[in-house]
Structures are given as structure tokens and as C-alpha cells.
Design a protein around this ligand. Structure first.
Ligand SMILES: [Zn+2]
Length: 255
């Protein structure tokens, strides 16, 4: 479902996307149809049960007890920074995790809290209406869905690989291929800086995440090429700030 080559009600969107590819500046966000189904995951038996208080951004929420939660591996546009797609990303996250929803939190061994004091985790939900058809331990992985719908970029952990990294980066690749969400207005940079031994690419040659011994051997390639090779943008010098050049009336580009 949600095939990129179908030509029905989204035909005019497809035409807009083609215009976009011809470098015509767009002033509205093309509406990508949502996927018809979410991918099912097994909720780990060790996951911690919690209740959503409210979603604060496309990649973060607060659970009952006032504990802030950050979706591991997910970097969504910032609502406070009024970045393009921020409102859409937040709305998508809210639709997946409504207020009061029961959620299951799963953690990576060594990265449970981020620099802002938020618990970093995988968040599973069991959407209503699907529950009856599902096994008790089946759910939707919110981190994956946000990336698969194109509402966020992949955010790697420093120096270690996420246990679901393959699935998460695969979700980004599919969203990008189908021009979903942020990828509909994405304009690749002519040149990005690639650290050969990592999967990260950078925009700033003095970025603190570039290993000291790699500075001399940085490779310059087109951003699309880097993405095609499964690389992801550095969250420090790139992240959401650099990904979007489309504009919208409701969420102006903040730079
Ligand atoms: Zn960087």
C-alpha cells in the first residue's frame, strides 16, 4: 500500500514533486499520503509499561510522572524552532501515541538518558482497533513509524550501533525513495564531508564529532550519494537544521 507509482488522488502531488525536481521553489508542503498499515513488532518482554501524558515533538513525549522521553534514533523537526514539518511530525506522533495511551519502553544498555536528561528509548504502542487482531505482545514501534513516514531523520548514537539500526535506517531509505514527509522538499547538498570509517557525514569541517585522526582524510561527495550509500547526517553539524529547504506559510524556515 502507499505505492509511490500509483496515480490516483495524489496525482497533483506527483506533479508538484516533479516540479520540485526541476528546482522550482515550492511554497507549500506537498501532502504525502500516509501509509495504510503500520509494521508490527514484537514488544520485548522486558519493556517497561508507561502511560503517555502528552507528545511534545515528533521525537519526544512526556509520560505520566512528568518524565520526558526521547525516541531513540529519531531526529524530528523542532516545534519550538518552527522548523518545516515540525507540526506535521508532532501530529503524526500524537496520532500514534494519543494522550493516555499505554506504551511500552525499551532501552539500549548504555544510552538510557540523553544530554537533556530525557530517557532515550524505543516506544511501542498497540493502536486501538488493531489490538483484537494482534498477538498480545505485538505492537507498533513509534521510532520506526516516524522515520518510515518521513517525519524525521535517523539520529545515531555516538560510538555505538543501535540494536534496531538496520530497520531504522531502512525505514529512512524507503521514506526517501517515496519522497515522504521531509524528503518531499529535500534538496541535497552539492558536497558533504564523509568520514570514511564511520557512516556519518558532516557539513562543518570543524565539527566536534569528526575524529581528530580523520580530518585529513575527509572525502567530499554529493549528499544524495552519501545517503544512497547508507550514510546519515551528523546530528551535531547537520540534523534537522540542514535538511529542509522547502518553506511553508505555517512553519517558516528559521534561518
Ligand atoms: Zn558533524
Amino acid at each position: 500500500m502507499g505505492c509511490c507509482c500509483s496515480k490516483d488522488s495524489a496525482g497533483d502531488v506527483d506533479e508538484k514533486l516533479m516540479d520540485h525536481e526541476k528546482s522550482i521553489v515550492m511554497v507549500t508542503i506537498p501532502q504525502t499520503r500516509p501509509l495504510q498499515t503500520e509494521t508490527s513488532w514484537m514488544i520485548p518482554a522486558t519493556a517497561v509499561v508507561a502511560q503517555c501524558h502528552r507528545v511534545t515533538n515528533g521525537d519526544s513525549l512526556i509520560i505520566l510522572g512528568d518524565q520526558p522521553i526521547k525516541l531513540l534514533g529519531v531526529d524530528a523537526p523542532d516545534v519550538k524552532g518552527r522548523q518545516p514539518f515540525a507540526a506535521e511530525a508532532k501530529a503524526k506522533c500524537e496520532s500514534l501515541v494519543p494522550r493516555g495511551a499505554t506504551i511500552w519502553l525499551d532501552f539500549e544498555a548504555n544510552h538510557t538518558v540523553d544530554e537533556a536528561g530525557r530517557k532515550q528509548c524505543y516506544v511501542y504502542v498497540r493502536p486501538e482497533g488493531r489490538a483484537a487482531n494482534q498477538a498480545q505482545d505485538e505492537g507498533v514501534l513509534v521510532n520506526y513509524e516516524m522515520l518510515r513516514e518521513g517525519f524525521a531523520r535517523f539520529h545515531p548514537l555516538p560510538q555505538s550501533r543501535l540494536k534496531h539500526e538496520g530497520a531504522l535506517t531502512g525505514a529512512v531509505a524507503q521514506a526517501r525513495q517515496e519522497s515522504r514527509g521531509i524528503w518531499a522538499t529535500f534538496i541535497p547538498k552539492e558536497e558533504v564531508l564523509v568520514v570514511v570509517k564511520t557512516k556519518e557525514y558532516h557539513l562543518n569541517p570543524t565539527c566536534s564529532r569528526i575524529p581528530f585522526d580523520a580530518v585529513a582524510s575527509l572525502k567530499r561527495i554529493n549528499e544524495n550519494k552519501a545517503l544512497d550509500q547508507g550514510m546519515f547526517i551528523c546530528p551535531e553539524c547537520g540534523g534537522m537544521n540542514s535538511s529542509l529547504k522547502g518553506t511553508s506559510a505555517s512553519s517558516p524556515v528559521p534561518y
